[in-house]
Design a protein around this ligand. Structure first.
Ligand code: PAF
Length: 322
């Protein structure tokens, strides 16, 4: 029997799926596999594997194993990495339309932020990615950011003044934080634990799920629940993968990203509810009563700059979402 005929017979005997190739996608994120990013990424990958009958599955690279978030986004553009679950921290450097959602004290609470991301404003931002060589599958979530430091409790901006604080590589954040009197020190996340340990910086700011999963209680003793900015996150895919997908598979990937976003938000809620007590147990002194009005008042000069850059109307459109 000829080789081609043999293959055809085998395929009939075993069913076509036995010959279907599996593509393994590399997915990276900054924190542990058990953290909010790990939970969202796992749901995404499980749904993709199920929805494509095993033709696509993932290999996870947690703990910044593929580099900082900026490097991973660059790799997505180049096609040397398939997926990243990343905060918006460095994303505005690639897709400027994202920057508006990084404005401090723009969102009132989680309900407000999630409604904006899921509504027309958030969805329009996702549509800006393909022209920059990135596919944004959907919004996930990092959470509201709070300040930690090794020096003192922070209730109002004058307490934060003079502290050398690591920030993300994000100009919108840095412009805002300067009005609090903080000395912002941009740094990639993988360098942060060491910098806090060695005292290169006095503090940092991140959501509770990050403070917990990165064990910052080992190197910081003050936590202030400043909630000074919402930190959205995104599931980004390389166009190299997207362009090979059938229409049906594209639908599977987009649906999986929706489920991942929901699961990641649920984990953020759980960490917000249970994690602060855990951090206290781990030795952190928690300042719950923060003077939010004083922080908002300090931000006024930065807001003048934001209005110029993004348009006062566009900022108001976001604030007005109920
Ligand atoms: O601080 C950051 O850089 C981000 O919040 C982190 C921890 C990488 C998660 O997106």
């Amino acid at each position: 029997m000829k080789l081609g005929t043999l293959a055809a017979c085998l395929s009939l005997a075993l069913g076509a799926s036995a010959f279907a190739q599996t593509t393994t996608l590399k997915i990276g994120y900054a924190t542990t596999k058990e953290s909010h990013y790990g939970v969202g990424s796992t749901v995404f990958c499980d749904e993709v594997e199920k929805g494509t009958q095993g033709r696509y599955k993932c290999q996870h690279f947690p703990n910044s194993a593929l580099g900082g978030e900026r490097e991973q986004i660059e790799a997505i553009q180049l096609g040397t990495q398939d997926l990243v679950n990343t905060s918006t921290g460095p994303v505005g450097n690639f897709v400027p339309e994202v920057k508006i959602v990084d404005i401090p004290f723009l969102f009132r609470d989680y309900d407000h932020a999630r409604k904006v991301m899921d509504g027309p404003i958030g969805q329009d931002i996702l549509a800006k990615f393909p022209s920059k060589g990135i596919i944004a599958l959907g919004w996930t979530e990092n959470g509201f950011r709070h300040m930690t430091n090794s020096k003192r409790d922070i209730v109002k901006p004058s307490d934060a003044a003079g502290l050398k604080m690591r920030t993300m590589e994000n100009k919108v954040h840095m412009d805002g934080y300067r009005t609090f009197g903080i000395l912002p020190t941009p740094m990639a996340f993988p360098e942060l634990f060491g910098a806090l340990q060695q005292g290169t910086v006095d503090g940092q700011e991140n959501p509770i799920p990050v403070i917990l999963s990165s064990k910052f209680s080992q190197v910081q003793n003050h936590l202030s629940l400043t909630a000074h900015v919402y930190s959205p996150a995104l599931l980004l895919l390389s166009p190299k993968v997207w362009n090979k997908l059938s229409d049906a598979d594209k639908k599977v990937f987009l649906e999986a990203a929706k489920k991942a976003g929901a699961a990641q938000r649920k984990k953020v809620n759980e960490d917000e509810n249970n994690g602060i007590a855990q951090l206290e147990k781990d030795g952190m002194k928690v300042t719950r009563k923060v003077d939010g009005d004083a922080f908002r008042a300090a931000l006024k000069p930065a807001y003048a700059g934001y209005a110029k850059e993004f348009g006062a109307d566009n900022i108001k459109k976001i604030s007005d979402v109920q």
